[in-house]
Design a protein around this ligand. Structure first.
Ligand SMILES: [Zn+2]
Length: 129
């Protein structure tokens, strides 16, 4: 799995908490296609944190069973609502290229969330081995 940091964490130190977390240790553990969703999510978390005077700690971001999972401590209904929107967006977004995906599908014994072109590319890369 590709790990992409892309400045998201550096931009939002207030959302990372003071304790050691999986996010700090391993970074954002999902493909680059979901980065725009995550950038916007972190920006909105920061906005809500300031507006509502909250302590929000994002402690893990990863792909699991083809879905985006963002684990947050603290927060309120606005945070949860915004989080569900992002996870829903990712459900139909190709994890590799950010294009439209048909949703979670099984491929090669695992679950992933890729568009047709990226599925094809992945299958071809397996044949080359
Ligand atoms: Zn794709």
């Amino acid at each position: 799995m590709i790990r992409t940091y892309d400045g998201i964490l550096a931009k939002h130190p207030a959302l990372l908490g003071s304790e050691p977390t999986d996010l700090k240790a391993f970074g954002v553990c999902c493909g680059p296609g979901w980065l725009p969703i995550l950038k916007s999510l972190f920006d909105d978390f920061e906005k809500i944190r300031q507006e509502d005077g909250l302590t929000i700690t994002v402690f893990q971001v990863k792909e699991k069973f083809g879905e985006l999972r963002v684990y947050v401590r603290g927060g309120n209904d606005r945070v949860q609502h915004r989080l569900r929107d992002a996870e829903w967006d990712a459900m139909f977004t190709c994890e590799d290229c950010g294009g439209r995906s048909p949703g979670v599908q099984s491929l090669g014994g695992g679950l992933n969330n890729l568009c047709g072109a990226c599925r094809k590319k992945l299958r071809q890369s397996w044949k080359g081995r």
